[in-house]
Design a binder for this molecule. Structure first.
Ligand code: BGC
Length: 646
């Protein structure tokens, strides 16, 4: 599996079709432009294993929570970005037989994601059940220039037959989220119209009233000359389409170019949706595929100019780093402060397209260093807008200040596993850290001064109410948490959490002092009593340590665990989250992702190289990297301490 895709510096190549990997290929071959995105599904009907997926940024649904055992404080809903109208579908019939790659002999197949130019191309030669051999080429993109526009150029050439080919481009709004908790269809059909060329379809979410209108138009050519193809307009429930009958001779090529526009009532009034989508799609057709693609390529070229990371002599690593850069740019373009970054972008439904601490801890540094500061600032504003909800969230747990959710769409917590919802509170620290990171990197303190200070104060208040004072040790502790390492829950004194909590309070006090000295008006009031308590917490925070190895202890009692190294594990047992019982994972010393090392990475300037090396040498061999958030942090520290091969 690991070698399924071919290595190339700019392309992800699937050569030969293995249907058992189709879902993976569909995920990897996803396209997006910040406004919408879709998996690399086939245009044609496909009866094999596939997840048809099209996602519209910010269009989500509060799916009623499903848990085995309800715990007070659980949220009632999990908000998920919805799988919406399929816009790239084209059904193909050859002499009355529906073309289905799953039923065909595939003589030749190549699916290529072009990351440099942001398009997906597929070429194939297939033989159907009646022996028709056809050559099929499709190329598609969603425009980075005009984010509401997408295009696919689809062509078919009969290689050994004369016959009737029916091409049916369509819009299909009858889609279901695979991860729907109660198998509900989240969409209602609102409006549709199919004429013999232009079609549109409007669907609305059953809750929250998000409305999405998609429109399609197309052109048809036979051997490069425009044809009409006897169109037939089709309207079905949640569906509009156009059927084109084309009489074909062996060796001729019919090409259909489908233009799509997708708009939502996040950006338009409900009454204007249809006219806007229709206008956009007409304009797109007038502009034409080649021109639209050119404008799209230009945006990508500009992005790559600023974003590229060159790795010489290792094509696989080059491909990998570009894939990540490509995905980040496809997922979030930064113009809209209401949007954020779903951990899996538009590649599927896992994580519901919601916002996680990933944004602040992992993504912001990328945007900071590759784009104008306004983009990272929008991400900070997103959290500022959610401050009220974060305060409600803390209150719900009986705590002061603000607790930002682990998973969210509108500021409310969506996650419902106690060990994460209530315990993975280190996420709050990442939100404070991002404010520091932004200000430090850009030198622009305007966000901090106007908005960030309020966020910092409320997060500090949260920490001050969440710590507990241990009278025997005369130290502050943070009990019952889950650190970044999710393979242990309910631990006491996770070093990383304690560190980031005390750091947040320190930074807040420093910034408050600076702003007070500047005579800043309308500063939120923090009483002297509060400040004294905060200072006490900073001075008396407890940081667990393992003396034997002279390293920070991931948490109290970490060394009580049986110490085995990942190198001693049989490959068959990995990933352990799929092969071991949860109980065994919790008792083991194995670490999912950077935990202590996450702290060394964030607060790099506090620790000398020897300290970093000792901690790396101790923790990395116990770390499984079973989160994709893990290797990056380890790689950065490894590189710092001279472990270049690592
Ligand atoms: C990681 C979390 C992360 C989440 C979303 C989990 O597997 O452990 O740290 O926030 O995935 O990426």
């Amino acid at each position: 599996m690991k070698e399924y895709f071919k290595c190339d510096e700019w392309l992800v190549i699937e050569e030969g079709f293995a249907s058992e990997y189709n879902r993976v290929s569909e995920s990897v071959m996803s396209l997006g432009n910040g406004h919408m995105g879709m998996r690399g599904n086939f245009e044609e009907h496909f009866s094999g294993d596939s997840l048809q997926g099209t996602y519209y940024a910010g269009v989500y649904y509060p799916d009623k929570t499903k848990v085995g055992w309800w715990k007070n404080g659980y949220p009632e809903f999990f908000a998920k970005v919805l799988n919406g109208t399929n816009i790239f579908g084209i059904d193909v019939m050859i002499d009355g037989l529906m073309l289905d790659f799953n039923q065909c002999e595939i003589k030749e197949f190549k699916r290529v994601l072009n990351m440099k130019e942001g398009y997906l191309e597929r070429t194939a030669t297939i033989i159907d059940q009646k022996g028709h051999e056809s050559r099929i080429v499709s190329k598609r993109f969603v425009s980075m220039k005009t984010s509401e526009i997408g295009c696919v150029a689809y062509s078919i050439t009969p290689l050994n037959y004369d016959g009737d080919i029916i091409l049916t481009p369509y819009l299909d709004g009858y889609v279901q989220n695979e991860d729907s908790n109660y198998d509900e269809i989240f969409w209602d059909e609102v409006d549709k119209k199919a004429t013999t060329d232009l079609c549109h379809l409007t669907t609305k979410t059953n809750k929250l009233d998000f409305v999405v209108t998609c429109a399609m138009d197309y052109s048809l050519e036979l051997d490069g000359l425009p044809i009409k193809g006897n169109p037939l307009a089709i309207e079905k429930t949640y569906y509009v389409g156009n059927e084109h009958h084309v009489k074909m001779h062996k060796g001729q090529t019919v090409q259909l170019i489908k233009y799509i526009a997708a708009v939502t009532n996040r950006d338009y009034d409900n009454d204007d949706l249809v006219s806007s989508a229709v206008e956009l799609v007409k304009e797109a057709k007038e502009t034409g595929f080649d021109e639209l693609l050119l404008a799209h390529l230009k945006v990508w070229a500009e992005k790559w100019l600023e974003n590229d990371v060159r790795i010489y002599g290792d094509v696989k690593a080059q491909q990998g780093v570009r894939f990540n850069i490509f995905q980040l740019n496809q997922t979030y373009t930064g113009e809209d402060a209401r949007l954020n970054i779903g951990p899996k972008g538009c590649t599927g439904e896992k994580y519901g397209g919601s916002t996680y601490w990933d944004t602040e801890a992992y993504c912001i540094p990328f945007y900071l260093s590759t784009a104008g500061s306004d983009i990272a600032k929008n991400l900070l504003m997103y959290r500022y807008h959610h401050l009220k909800k974060a305060k409600e969230n803390a209150q719900k747990l009986g705590l002061d200040g603000a607790l930002y959710p682990m998973v969210t769409m509108n500021g409310e917590e969506c996650h419902n596993e106690w060990e994460i919802t209530f315990e993975e509170i280190h996420r709050n620290g990442a939100i404070a850290y991002a404010i520091y990171n932004y200000t430090n990197y850009t030198g622009d303190s305007s966000y901090l001064d106007q908005y960030g200070i309020e966020v910092l104060i409320e997060i500090s208040r949260f920490w001050a109410s969440r710590v507990n004072y241990n009278t025997y040790k005369d130290q502050y502790m943070i009990l019952g948490v889950t650190g970044p390492n999710e393979y242990e829950n309910n631990v006491n004194n996770n070093w990383y959490t304690n560190t980031i909590a005390a750091w947040t309070i320190t930074y807040t006090l420093e910034q408050l002092k600076r702003l007070e000295q500047m005579g800043s008006e309308s500063l939120p009031v923090v009483t002297d009593k509060e400040k004294i308590k905060w200072q006490k917490i900073i001075d008396k925070m407890y940081y667990p340590h393992i003396d034997t190895y002279d390293v920070f202890a991931q948490q109290d009692g970490y060394l009580d665990k049986e110490q085995i190294l990942v190198s001693e594990l049989d490959d068959k047992e990995k990933p352990i989250n799929q092969n071991w019982s949860w109980d065994r994972i919790l008792r083991s010393c194995f670490i999912k992702q950077a935990d202590v090392l996450q702290g060394l990475y964030f607060f790099s300037d506090r620790y000398d190289l020897d300290t970093k090396k000792r901690n790396f040498d101790f923790y990395e061999p116990r770390t499984l990297h079973e989160s994709s958030l893990s290797p990056c942090v380890h790689a950065i520290i490894a590189s710092e301490i001279g472990y270049h091969d690592k």
